[in-house]
Design a protein around this ligand. Structure first.
Ligand code: LRH
Ligand code: MN
Length: 432
């Protein structure tokens, strides 16, 4: 088998020598500045080093829209090449050791072999994602009019069996959770009976829930619209929360940032789900209009910070059973997916570290004394603190790259992969 080109640690260390420049000076002066507010930069750096976010296997290929997809050079053609690219991202940013698979897009012929291949690249598997929003070749019954909520019990049963198959594959891969997002809904008033559809969703989900091992979770992912454009069965967090409660302790809600109407206060939804003990995890991305699946922190970085402000507040106040799964879910239509995923992972680390800078006692006092201006000023002080030296040194100290994109580009990895991987035919439309 042809050797697969990889970026080695020595190359990263050599590039870091070049990039190190004033990083340590910047780090020390930031340390002095934070020290004046009794904030220990070493503790923050350790927190940054410990932060992990899972990569979406479907995110390392070039994404597209219904209009077109413009594949880039050296596209991964199968799950092994996708894991290669995930391994490269991990080497450079060190905060992405888990990969979330999508079935059947990534259905492994030999799950045990895939697990071994991943482990050789220090990767493990996060949530499995089922897919009953597309019809597969040879599939008996179509999901055109729904899946877990379809009027035909045969279609519902087929969709339940697919989810159970995802659990069985996940058990061999070492995954501990299943994410269920369904596009079920209608394009016309009257097409779907909302109450009957939700009853069928719960009936189907109870069957899937029964198949979960004791130490697994199932994440319910709500979405306002698309592919249905009039009504969606699991359209908002309230419906998702109700269902997670109905199903049981192993069922929790997954918040995809792009699945809400414009201007919805997502950090409030996060605070609610934390308080209700049902926050299962996130699909981080960003958006301007709809479910745009843009790079996390690229459009609304303050919203991302406010979400992490709620998460860190819960972490510091030791909310019981608080251990949400962090995943990226993005579509990279015009950038190199590896570069976008690296920068997005760093944006999450940045928001997490900044949220740890919030003067929580001061914030509570401002809230209790009805001093809104001081409350906002305290949040803004943390959000406007440039923590780049912490995020970069946290990477460097665990063997990552100080400047991941510059190191990646100077490695020639993409060009080398283009050589190794025969050109992928430009498919006309759709996500990888
Ligand atoms: C639906 C969604 C879901 C995935 C898919 C790739 O919009 O966010 O999480 O299954 O994207
Ligand atoms: Mn998602």
């Amino acid at each position: 088998m042809a050797t697969r080109f990889e970026i080695d640690d020595a190359f990263i260390a050599e590039r870091n020598q070049v990039a190190k420049g004033f990083l340590e000076d910047d780090y020390d002066s930031l340390g002095d500045k934070l020290g004046r507010n009794n904030v220990n930069i070493g503790d923050l750096t350790a927190k940054a080093q410990a932060f992990q976010v899972a990569l979406p296997s479907w995110g390392v290929g070039t994404g597209g829209t219904r209009f077109a997809r413009f594949p880039g050079p050296g596209e991964p053609r199968n799950i092994y090449e996708k894991l290669e690219d995930c391994g490269t991202i991990l080497k450079l940013v060190r905060s992405t050791s888990a990969v979330s698979l999508h079935i059947p897009w990534d259905k492994p012929e030999d799950p045990a072999e895939l697990r071994k291949f991943a482990r050789e690249r220090a990767l493990h598997f996060d949530a499995m994602n089922s897919n009953t929003f597309q019809d597969q070749p040879g599939q008996k019954l179509s999901y055109k009019f729904g899946s877990l909520t379809h009027p035909d019990s045969g279609v519902r049963q087929q969709a339940v069996e697919h989810n159970i198959e995802c659990i069985e594959t996940g058990k061999i891969l070492g995954s501990k959770s299943l994410t269920v997002w369904i596009g079920d809904g209608g394009n016309f008033p009257g097409q779907i009976d909302p109450r009957r559809a939700l009853e069928r969703y719960l009936e189907s989900m109870h069957a899937i829930y029964k198949a979960l091992p004791d130490d697994w979770n199932v994440f319910l992912e709500h979405k306002l619209y698309e592919p249905s454009f009039y009504s969606t069965v699991i359209n908002d967090w309230g419906t998702s929360y109700y269902c997670a409660r109905e199903l049981g302790a192993k069922a929790r809600c997954l918040v995809d940032l792009g699945h809400h109407a414009p201007n919805v206060n997502i950090e409030m939804i996060v605070a609610r789900l934390i308080q209700f003990g049902k926050l299962g995890g996130f699909h981080f991305n960003d958006s301007k209009y709809g479910d745009d699946d843009l790079d996390a922190g690229s459009i609304k970085p303050f919203q991302l910070f406010l979400i992490f402000n709620e998460l860190v507040d819960a972490e510091l106040s030791a909310v019981p059973h608080f251990d949400p799964c962090y995943m990226l879910d993005q579509s990279h239509n015009v950038t190199d997916p590896i570069e976008s995923l690296m920068l997005s992972a760093n944006e999450l680390v940045r928001a997490y570290v900044q949220a740890h800078l919030v003067d929580r006692q001061g914030l509570t006092e401002a809230q209790e004394e009805c001093d809104p201006l001081m409350a906002l000023a305290i949040l803004k002080k943390a959000f406007t603190t440039d923590v780049t030296p912490i995020v970069a040194l946290a990477r460097e100290r665990v063997g990552g790259a100080i400047d991941p994109v510059a190191t990646y580009r100077s490695s020639g990895y993409r060009k080398r992969k283009a050589g190794e991987r025969e050109a992928v035919r430009a498919s006309l439309t759709g996500i990888v």
